[in-house]
Ligand binder design. Structure first.
Ligand code: HAM
Length: 430
């Protein structure tokens, strides 16, 4: 038996990238706390959607829809009439969130919905470091406002993720692509510009250009050292340019660390005006940590009226790869060691009590020898061991040993576990 290609197990003991389910859990907890601190609320949508959600939402000729979607029909449904909906594993989170907001009329519950999600996404891509066929995104969507200050808040939230995970070498790029008309003008300018350099361009890239110049800008232009590449800002209408300049002014005021990248366009069709991306040199070829932008027209693609919206998503695997905050240790608070075998039940009861108090406790229930238990405790990553012997236990005494310093002290546990309650208070405030 083998795992499916491009998919990964996340193991309790970690792997070569210092990734373990414990680190995974701590980092995803931190990410959720950041979202919550901005008062974004979690929305959980299914992993399976109808393919039309993405075909309409993302664009039929994007890479995601045309090459990377896991689409399927059930064998027992295979007699479905031509043109019936297929299922698919979601390749991204934004289109399903919009589908859910519409279907559940969330915009009637609140005029502005601040939503976040964390979950697996699926894309049939060539797998390599940082690029997997099943990966996880943490994403945020603000639905129902075109306020520039919400853009500032969204950028700040994305930046906070990078700061909290101690991602050091990143670049945060922003751009404006304007409305559909400006995008068409940019596409035409890119087509004319690149055609002048036709001889230096690889055939495949030229095909991309012919099909969609914006995809060329997104995927290929960085391979060539062209001067004077058309800048998206030169093709913006007055309103979009004004918005972008206002945003930049505020970002400068709050000293937000950004760079303008006038060639940044996104590989998904639903964006307008602000687009942004954070990349890290530490990631290698797949260097995008997070990306997003404004998508005011996505609701219209689902036959609803225009609804101003903005969002971003970060790849959790890539955040962990680039994080310098992932040497978190999964340590035990106590390893309980009993000297005589007939103390095993009392020891187990002590373990239950300590667990009730919130401590993480291990005890060897194979009833191995005292020496063997000491060795196991040494090997474990326990902060302390508790040694129970018959003589001491008669007086309700136990010995607590600090596994780092070797220091030992005798504690009486008759007195309502006061020592442990105090210890818990100190450690949970640390
Ligand atoms: P995206 O740029 O396709 O945007 O993906 C966002 C992030 O997901 C990327 O920057 C990257 O970190 C991660 N990612 C994408 N593909 C893979 C992969 N195969 N393996 C590992 N990580 C990957 C979106 O998905 C939009 N929905 C973002 C958005 C939200 N825009 C507005 N709201």
């Amino acid at each position: 038996m083998k795992i499916v290609k491009g998919f990964r197990d996340i193991l309790p003991y970690g792997n070569k990238n210092n990734e373990s389910s414990f680190i995974w859990g701590s980092i995803t907890d931190q990410l959720k706390r950041i979202m919550s601190s901005f008062n974004y609320e979690e929305i959980i949508t299914p992993v399976v959607e109808y393919d039309s959600t993405f075909k309409k939402g993302i664009g039929e000729d994007t890479d995601i829809v045309s090459k990377e979607m896991y689409e399927f029909v059930l064998e027992r449904d295979s007699s479905l009439p031509e043109g019936s909906q297929k299922y698919c594993l979601r390749p991204e989170g934004t289109a399903p969130i919009v589908r859910s907001v519409i279907e559940n009329s969330l915009n009637k519950v609140k005029s502005i919905n601040k939503l976040f999600y964390l979950g697996p996404m699926f894309r049939y891509e060539r797998s390599q470091k940082g690029r997997y066929r099943m990966f996880h995104q943490i994403g945020a969507e603000l639905i129902g406002s075109d306020q520039i200050l919400y853009e500032v808040e969204m950028l700040e939230m994305a930046h906070k993720i990078l700061k909290t995970l101690e991602i050091k070498r990143f670049s945060f790029q922003i751009n404006s692509i304007g409305n559909q008309k400006s995008l068409n003008n940019i596409a035409e300018a890119v087509r004319i510009f690149v055609k002048k350099h036709k001889n230096t361009i690889e055939d495949n890239d030229y095909k991309i250009l012919e099909k969609n110049p914006l995809r060329f800008l997104d995927k290929a232009i960085h391979k060539y050292e062209f001067d004077n590449i058309p800048k998206t800002v030169d093709y913006l209408d007055k309103k979009s340019l004004k918005r972008f300049n206002e945003l930049i002014k505020i970002l400068d005021n709050i000293k937000f660390p950004y760079q303008i990248n006038n060639q940044l366009v996104r590989g998904i069709d639903y964006y307008n005006d602000l687009v942004f991306e954070a990349t890290s040199k530490d990631l290698g070829a797949q260097d995008a940590l997070l990306a997003g932008g404004r998508y005011d027209t996505l609701f219209e693609k689902f036959n609803k009226s225009e609804t101003s919206s903005i969002g971003f998503a970060a790849g959790v695997e890539r955040l962990i790869l680039a994080s310098n905050n992932n040497n978190l240790k999964n340590s035990l608070d106590f390893y309980i060691i009993f000297k005589e075998e007939d103390l095993v039940q009392d020891s187990l009861i002590l373990a239950f009590k300590l667990r009730d108090l919130g401590f993480k406790v291990e005890i060897d229930l194979e009833k191995r020898s005292f020496i063997k238990q000491i060795k196991l405790a040494d090997k474990s990553n326990a902060k302390r061991s508790i040694i129970i012997s018959k003589n001491d236990f008669k007086k309700s005494d136990v010995t607590i040993k600090d596994m780092n310093s070797g220091e030992e002290k005798i504690i009486n546990i008759r007195n309502n576990f006061q020592f442990f309650i105090e210890l818990n208070k100190v450690e949970s405030n640390a």
